[in-house]
Design a protein around this ligand. Sequence first.
Ligand code: ADE
Ligand code: ZN
Length: 342
Amino acid sequence: MQIESQNNFSEWLCGLPKAELHLHIDGSLQAHRLLSLAKKNGIALPYSTQQQVESAYHFENLQSFLDLYYLGASVLIDESDFYHLMMDYLLKCKEQNIVHTEIMVEPQTYAPNGVSFATMMRGFSKAIEQAQQEWGQSVALILSFLRHLDEDQCLETLEEARAFRESFVAIGLASAEQDNPPIKFERLYREAHKQGYRATAHAGEEGPASFIWDCLKILNVERIDHGVRCAEDPSLVDYLVAQQVALTVCPLSNTKLCVFDEMDQHNVLDLLNKGLLVTINSDDPAYFDGYLNENFLALRKHLSLTKEQALRLVKNSFKASFLSDDAKAGFLQELSQTADAP
Ligand code: ADE
Ligand code: ZN
């Protein structure tokens, strides 16, 4: 591809207002912040320089990543730590023109370190309110559960969240798919639906296509996080197209975690061309070497993503969001004005 056309695409793409729907806040913990918080809180880590941290970020599969991801999150202890974590990511949103973001928050990660739900929420809320006031950032939070834990523990966390019910739009389900099928969380999702939460879940990243079916049919989720293994079941692909179930796909994550060996083998554009409501997201940008724009640029470089396809993906991100219809229409209008500008 011509360098000039690549530069032109990059400038155009970066300038578009975008939404991000699949982002784990702990996955946005940058190496410099990780080291400074570890020092402040007296937490021992197996690395002492930014270079050592970054050179440790080579993964064979999801579990090898999760081990470092949970270790990284262990440096978060007090309210100001959570404020800085959230603010660092929201500043990236401003820089990358991510005008709306839906962020997964995982209180169960911090509880073993003695961090209360209230401490976490005070820090996060302070950063979110500041970003809303200073540059009009739109944010929704997803209460994400760790599927390697027991369902009863998750139900206890859902109870604790009652005091913060208004802060969350939806629940989600993350961590290791292997040995933790959706059916394990049937009661959790039933109870969350009763409390008025909307719902999403990770499925079909490392787990089989049947896990996607189970999330839809048993957990009654509205959208699927990752979902790229849907391609293994043509009847599922047909269903996802017919129902316009959104997939929050994370290309750099999928190559870093070896879901696809190389970016040129990624199926996201095939899924888009088949009519699925796919969106592009960064998942854990500090670990996978790229925020939202870098994910789009990787598709441009390795899969020759066109402007028309990029625009469809960005539109999908607003359509598939948990925003109200009015808010979606407002963002879509802003998008078409920017994209059409000469
Ligand atoms: N938690 C953070 N990133 C994740 C991923 N890619 N899959 C499952 N759980 C996660
Ligand atoms: Zn994820």
